[in-house]
Structure formats: C-alpha cells, structure tokens
Design a protein around this ligand. Structure first.
Ligand SMILES: C[S@@+](CC[C@H](N)C(=O)[O-])C[C@H]1O[C@@H](n2cnc3c(N)ncnc32)[C@H](O)[C@@H]1O
Length: 307
C-alpha cells in the first residue's frame, strides 16, 4: 500500500473526523445526497476514505507524478475505481484553466500559504479559489469548501491592508466593539497570521460568491503551522443577495472563534476574541474593491487581497 510522503498527525485525523460531521450536515441540506468530491487526497487518500459514505464520485488532483501513481494504486486497493478522475497537475492551474464539472465537496489541502505568490507576482491560490466559486455559480451548485493553508509571515502586510479596509467599511455600521475586535485580529496570535487569515480567507470567498451564495462560516481551526477552514456556500437563484457584502456576515466572520488543536484536544483559542454587537442590520455602503472581483486580473489579486 502506498504511504503518504508527509507524516499524518493526530490533528489531521481529528480534522477529518470533525469535517465528516460538517460534510454530513451539508449532505443533509441537499436532502441526503451523496457529494461529488474535488481535492488533493494524496497517496493514501485518507480524506476520501474517511468521508466515503458521503461521496458519490471524486476528482483527485496531484502535482507530483509519483504520488499520482500511488493514488492509482490506492484507488484499486480500496475498490474506489468507479466514477473517479485523476488529474496529474497543479490544482490552481486546473481550477483556473479547465471547465470544471459541478462538485459539492472541495478539499483544497495545500502545503503552502494562502497568497503563495508565483515568480511573475501573481497569487495562485486566491485567483484559483475565485475561479472555483464563479464556476460553481455558473453551474448553480451549492458546495462545502474545506481549505488548509500554511501560516506564512511574508504576506503579512497584504492581510493587514485588507483588514484595515474592512475596518473602515464597518465604521459606518452601528455596532459596538468593532475597534477592539479589529485591533485583536491585527495584534494577537502566534503565529501572528492566524487571526489575519481567519478574516481574509472567508471574506474573500464570501465576496467572490456574491450575488449567488448564501455564505456560512462553519469553522476555523489552527494546528501546528496550519489554518483549516470549513465554509458552506448555498446557491440562491437570481441575484437576490446583491453585490454588496452584508455587515452582519462580515461581523460573523470577525466574531468567529478559532479552534486550536493540541494533542487530542480541540479548544477555543484564548484569549477570547472581543465580540462585536450589532445595533442594526441596515446595510452600509461598501467600496467597489470589496465587491465582485471577477474582473480582477491575476496580477492584482496577487498583489493585494482586493482590487
Ligand atoms: C496535505 S496533502 C493531502 C492530504 C489529504 N487531503 C488527507 O487528508 O490525507 C497535500 C497533497 O497535495 C499535493 N499538492 C500540493 N500542492 C499541490 C498543487 N498545487 N497542486 C496539486 N497537488 C498539490 C501534495 O503533493 C500532497 O500530495
């Protein structure tokens, strides 16, 4: 049997089991339907195997040709050979350059950081994720999006700019505790990017999904040097949700606690995040760079989190 080229860990095992709960809930939302999986399962395909009862078919993407062969072996060994596709290539290239089918479960399990700039200065992951969301919207598909990123410090300034912009936008909204909350995310945490990514990744996905997706930030975990997100995107017919991000959803993102995995324990990270209390749900005016980013070119996505 092939062995993963990286060591499995208790944290990853815990995450697969906990994610199975969220995946089961999402399947329930779809009337108990089994889900089509798209992701990076690696040699042992431990995520696909753990979630097997919820999965109808899968597309595995793998950049390393040796691991691709291992995946083929694992597929045969576990009798997973019905309705599968194996793509040997870079998942970001696949998401940007191919006309993907509709999937209901994405597991983008990266080694690298979120921005992860390429040599030409473009950012591969944010652009790829934006393409994924737009493509699923074209196909009118609801999906659960699970993503893992390494916490890298060299993108720090871009995250801070984005958070400061959000802060400015929310100042026009009647709520208590915004300054304390933002200050917490900018100043606390070890590694310091934990809280910055906690805001930037889901906000980016939420904004990319407008006006078609009812967005739900299910959970965010931190373990070792990784941050792991579980987001739900429920497709809504028409453009009923509008192009303007809703302050209450942004506040939900800001208020969301980070769950720490240490050993076998999953606990809310302390100190607790200062909570924002909304006084009204009236919408506020958002600058265009926090709205639809589908027209954004790859260079500017790489340079900043916004246009
Ligand atoms: C962390 S492992 C996946 C673990 C698996 N999801 C699980 O739960 O056990 C990530 C896998 O994705 C592959 N990978 C990393 N970056 C990639 C990329 N840009 N495109 C395609 N595959 C990639 C790695 O070679 C590795 O096999």
């Amino acid at each position: 049997m092939p062995i993963n080229p990286f060591p499995d860990s208790t944290a990853k095992q815990i995450l697969r089991i906990r994610d199975a709960g969220d995946i089961g809930d999402f399947s329930g939302y779809l009337g108990g339907a089994k889900l089509k999986y798209f992701g990076m399962p690696s040699a042992e395909m431990l995520d696909v195997l753990e979630w097997r009862k919820h999965i109808s078919s899968f597309t595995a993407v793998e950049i390393d040709p040796d691991i691709c062969s291992d995946i083929e072996t694992t597929i045969l060994y576990n009798h997973l050979d019905q309705n599968h596709k194996l793509i040997c290539g870079d998942v970001c290239d696949v998401l940007v350059n191919t006309r993907l089918d509709k999937y209901e479960l994405f597991n983008l399990d990266f080694y690298g950081g979120f921005i992860n700039k390429r040599k030409d200065g473009s950012a591969s992951n944010p652009l790829a994720i934006e393409h994924l969301v737009k493509r699923q919207a074209d196909l009118k598909g609801s999906f659960i999006l699970i993503m893992t990123f390494n916490l890298r410090d060299n993108d720090k300034v871009e995250y801070e700019d984005y958070i400061k912009q959000l802060h400015k936008v929310l100042k026009g909204y009647r709520a208590i505790g915004i300054d304390d909350n933002i200050d917490f995310h900018l100043s606390k945490g070890k590694p310091s990017n934990v809280y910055k990514l906690k805001i930037c990744v889901p906000t980016k996905v939420y904004v990319a999904g407008l006006p078609h997706y009812d967005f739900s930030f299910r959970r965010v975990y931190h373990y070792k040097t990784f941050v792991h997100f579980v987001l739900e995107m429920r497709y809504v017919e028409g453009e009923a949700l509008g192009q303007i991000p809703r302050p209450d959803i942004l506040i939900d993102i800001l208020n969301k606690p980070v769950l720490n995995i240490e050993g076998k324990h999953v606990r809310e990270r302390t100190p607790n995040i200062p909570q924002i209390m909304a006084e009204t749900h009236a919408s506020t005016s958002f600058p265009s760079n926090l709205r639809d980013q589908s027209k954004t070119d790859s260079k500017s996505v790489g340079g900043k989190l916004t246009k």
